[in-house]
Design a protein around this ligand. Structure first.
Ligand SMILES: *C/C=C(C)/C=C/C=C(C)/C=C/C1=C(C)CCCC1(C)C
Length: 246
């Protein structure tokens, strides 16, 4: 009861114009709801798809836990929870790479493809962290290196090996792959905008009035939940059997 009262007291203290606090709060709830949805529905599918849905749920669940911490951090210190943010990403973005591998596995995707995407995503995130938290004076340089890793990922999935595999798989897999590719090209492009809004550089002034954390929070909701739903749809449209029998 005491914790409950305390929690209420904290919530009532959130200012009406605290968009960062608000999006952290809504983000926590959305990630939690999405996790419940994915976890509860995963048993409707056969084994092949179960793992993919499990991973969708893990992505939103890991994010939900980090959002609770990040909201609290913001509440207590009024600062961006940069460290928690990047720990969240370094766990969840590689899992999104695993999703690509899982849906292309039947078409013959090798583990090397998965590891390549994972390593690129870790390079993208570690260099981003260095620019945002450690070498802020050279944020543009670290952002650029991070951006190069990002573009290689985009290239790989849109035009490289992953694309070939998706094309040979055809049908629903190809469709889902394409949608995920759009998420990476457009949805993930939200993050560099947040980065530029939150770090000093030649781009100063371009993003005046925009909050890095609000931009990141919107990006996370779109990408983590959206990605999971694409995979869920693929499972629904491809697995017929068990679902139809139920
Ligand atoms: C669930 C979290 C996701 C999908 C996070 C994705 C993050 C990125 C695509 C971040 C990319 C960055 C750049 C491309 C350049 C500037 C630094 C970053 C790390 C913000």
């Amino acid at each position: 009861m005491k914790t409950f009262t305390l929690a209420l007291a904290e919530i009532s203290k959130m200012a009406a114009d605290d968009y960062v606090g608000f999006t952290f709060f809504v983000g926590s709830m959305a990630m939690m709801a999405a996790s419940a949805f994915f976890f509860l529905s995963m048993n409707d599918f056969d084994r092949k798809w179960k793992t993919s849905i499990l991973v969708s749920g893990l992505i939103t669940f890991i994010a939900a836990v980090h959002y609770f911490y990040m909201r609290g951090y913001w509440e207590s210190f009024g600062e961006s929870p940069t460290f928690f943010r990047y720990v969240d990403w370094v766990l969840t973005v590689p899992l999104m790479c695993v999703e690509f591998f899982l849906i292309l596995r039947a078409a013959g995707a090798k583990r090397s493809l998965m590891w390549r995407l994972i390593i690129l995503s870790v390079i993208m995130l570690v260099t981003g962290y260095l620019g945002e938290a450690v070498f802020r004076d050279q944020a543009w340089l670290w952002g650029l290196i991070s951006g190069i890793a990002y573009f290689i990922i985009v290239y790989d999935i849109w035009l490289g090996k992953a694309k070939q595999l998706a094309t040979s798989a055809g049908g629903n897999v190809l469709k889902a792959h394409k949608t995920l590719c759009w998420f990476v090209l457009v949805g993930w492009a939200i993050y560099p905008l947040g980065y530029m809004a939150g770090t000093p550089g030649w781009y100063d002034g371009l993003f005046d009035g925009l909050s890095m954390d609000v931009i990141y929070n919107i990006g996370d909701a779109i990408n983590k939940i959206g990605f999971g739903l694409v995979v869920y749809n693929l499972a629904v449209s491809s697995s017929g059997s068990k679902k139809a029998a139920a």
